[in-house]
Design a protein around this ligand. Structure first.
Ligand code: KIV
Length: 274
């Protein structure tokens, strides 16, 4: 099994191969997605919502991310593991960002980090890549800025918004990102950025023209409690399967059907005994 590396992801764009990325937060899911052939496992800070049940990603800590990244890394044999840098781990100075990103690699086992924003974080992106930490960018809807934007809304809708998206994407590319997530932007804006950049774009709610796609696996596989974004395709109904299995188990325990009676052999007589 040959492990995918950061340069392999860039190569996929040159070879016009789409990149498939999904989020994972634990060992068994990572192992299954890896076995299925996923290219990138993103330990997203969506952890805070998908796994911890919070309303936003903002309370996720570096320690949370390191622990879950370590579990995912253990399950990934081929996939590239990318870990999100949580809120306030990269906005408070470049030296702190390097230390925190470094921990996601050295303790979490990630091969790269992802952080949100454009111009405002470009000098941090440059510093991280200078010291050998690969960075995936993230533009469009920025969940860590939800209090500023006032909700999870489509971005880059106006002409000015599209122009700014393209400008920030160029800035990030110059700063050294190896790939760029575009979240909740119009298809044509994603197309323009994808044409303009030499690094792959990975879309989520950004239409079909990106070089790759990412979904939150809990949304795609039916494990999300509550609403999922309208662009999500449902690939499985794992939540319903768990519900049905749990109901059957409860019924069988209550009725005495589980566990079944076992017969033991007496060591003295060799006869079955109860
Ligand atoms: O945290 C996350 O899962 C993400 C994806 C939505 C790209 O950043």
């Amino acid at each position: 099994m040959v492990r995918l590396r950061v340069p392999d992801i860039a190569k996929k764009k040159r070879q016009k191969e789409k990149v498939a990325m999904l989020t994972a937060y634990d060992f068994p899911t990572a192992a299954l997605l890896d076995q299925a052939g996923i290219d990138i496992l993103l330990v997203g800070d969506s952890l805070g919502m998908a796994v911890f049940g919070n309303e936003t990603t903002i309370s996720v800590t570096l320690e949370d991310m390191i622990r879950h990244t370590r579990a995912v890394s253990r399950g990934a044999r081929r996939a590239l593991v990318v870990a999100d840098m949580p809120f306030l781990t990269y906005q408070c100075g470049r030296a702190r960002a390097v230390r925190n990103a470094g921990r996601l690699l050295s303790e979490g086992g990630a091969a790269a980090v992802k952080l949100e924003g454009g111009r405002a974080v470009s000098s941090t992106v440059r510093r991280l890549t200078e010291v050998g930490i690969p960075v995936m960018g993230h533009l469009g809807l920025l969940p860590q800025s939800v209090h500023q934007t006032g909700g999870y809304r489509k971005q880059a809708v106006s002409q000015e918004g599209k122009r700014r998206l393209l400008e920030e994407a160029r800035i990030l590319e110059r700063a050294g990102v190896f790939a760029l997530v575009l979240e909740a932007v119009p298809d044509e804006a994603a197309l323009e950025v994808t044409r303009e950049l030499s690094v792959p774009t990975i879309g989520i709610g950004a239409g079909p023209h990106c070089d790759g796609q990412v979904l939150v696996s809990h949304d795609a596989f039916g494990l999300t409690c509550g609403d999922v974004p309208s662009f999500v395709k449902s690939y499985a109904r794992i939540g319903e399967a768990i519900l049905e299995a749990a109901r059957t188990y409860i019924e069988e325990v209550r009725s005495g059907q589980f566990p079944p009676a076992r017969r033991f052999q007496s060591p003295d007589t060799g006869q079955p005994e109860r």
